[in-house]
Ligand binder design. Structure first.
Ligand SMILES: [Zn+2]
Ligand SMILES: [Zn+2]
Length: 355
């Protein structure tokens, strides 16, 4: 009987020939590998550093970068140099709360030490709110703010408005407004919205309703522009931009009715990784809430926790929700609470009628 082996493969002459062939192939492969290694060793450091800088600034997540630099000793040494780490992108530095460890803390610290503003802000937020290391957290955020990092400027404004980490008398409204103005100038949408509300209410700044309204419209327009930039025009559903004054966003709407005042309905803005960390940290580990009676900001995209009791402002209608800032309150109102707060009112009305 003729087998497949017998039909398809050349007959081995003898064992010595096969062994010689295998040995020859191995020598060729070894030579090839040695050649390539020699070529890699001959590359100048500058060239590898520029490739690693590009990788560090465009990596979609930390593992994209780390799996490359773990390949060999030389890449590891150059990849961990300050010039490469200082270019690390926001996404590369995004740490998950559930995988937080000593080593992730050390890595963020190492990147922050290079002057990377994104790392300073992220670690500052984690230290200030999650680890209750207020001094170190605030100084890291200040370091990022000095480098014109807009989210850090806005975060420090929230700290000033609330007197976070101190007492009620530590509130500095004027400092909050000026930090907000700087962040808004750099394009921070939350800061622009906060500033608009401050002007409308005369909070920390001279009341100017018209100017406040102008800032709020500008914040909405920037929000829409940010969505259109991140989303190709071809996939933007016409419903987002169709004028429909009667449509009101509510619970269950796919998009954020931020612009519902203007008949537009765009998706909610992407949460900053530092805010996502805070949200997950306090949601996953309820034991992480340091004291009784401390409340989270009710806006789901924020994640900030009170540093003392009754620090955050409450909804004046239902009193059931708390916010770290006017911007969070305005956003959550349009995103979710408008429907819930009205419901509470309706229940109360129903009860009153039933009595
Ligand atoms: Zn309410
Ligand atoms: Zn908030």
């Amino acid at each position: 009987m003729r087998t497949r082996r017998g039909l398809c493969y050349p007959k081995a002459t003898n064992d010595d020939d096969s062994y010689r062939l295998l040995k020859k192939r191995k020598v060729e492969l070894d030579g090839d590998f040695a050649g390539r290694r020699e070529f890699f060793d001959s590359l100048p450091d500058d060239l590898i550093l520029s490739v690693l800088c590009k990788l560090s600034s465009t990596a979609g997540c930390s593992s994209d970068f780390l799996s490359a630099v773990m390949t060999c000793k030389r890449l590891n040494g150059l990849g961990m140099s300050s010039i490469v780490l200082s270019k690390a992108s926001r996404r590369m530095l995004a740490v998950k709360a559930k995988s937080w460890s000593e080593s992730s803390h050390r890595f963020l610290k190492r990147v922050a030490d290079t002057g990377n503003a994104e790392a300073c802000f992220t670690l500052g937020m984690i230290q200030f709110y999650c680890l209750q290391n207020r001094g170190s957290g605030a100084s890291l955020m200040a370091k990022a703010a000095i480098a014109s990092h807009a989210p850090a400027l806005y975060s420090l404004a929230v700290v000033q408005f609330n007197g976070s980490g101190g007492t009620k008398s530590d509130k500095d409204l004027r400092a909050g407004v000026s930090l907000c103005a700087r962040a808004a100038f750099l394009g921070q949408i939350d800061a622009l919205r906060e500033l608009g509300h401050c002007l409308q209410d005369g909070y920390g700044v001279k009341k100017n309703i018209e100017e406040g309204r102008r800032f709020l419209i500008q914040a909405n327009a920037r929000e829409l522009a940010a969505v259109l930039v991140s989303c190709p025009a071809a996939v933007v559903p016409p419903s987002w931009l169709t004028w429909s004054p009667r449509r009101q966003g509510g619970v269950g709407d796919a998009g954020c009715p931020l612009l519902s005042d203007f008949g537009c309905n765009v998706p909610s803005p992407e949460q900053h990784p530092a805010n996502r960390f805070l949200s997950d940290w306090f949601a996953d580990r309820t034991g992480n809430v340091p004291g009784p009676g401390l409340r989270l900001c009710s806006h789901t995209g924020c994640g900030r926790l009170e540093t003392r009791r009754h620090e955050f402002r409450r909804c004046s209608v239902c009193g059931a929700v708390n916010y770290c800032s006017r911007a969070c309150q305005a956003l959550d109102w349009k995103l979710r609470h408008k429907a819930e707060c009205a419901l509470v009112e309706r229940w109360a009305d129903g009860e009153a009628e039933g009595l």
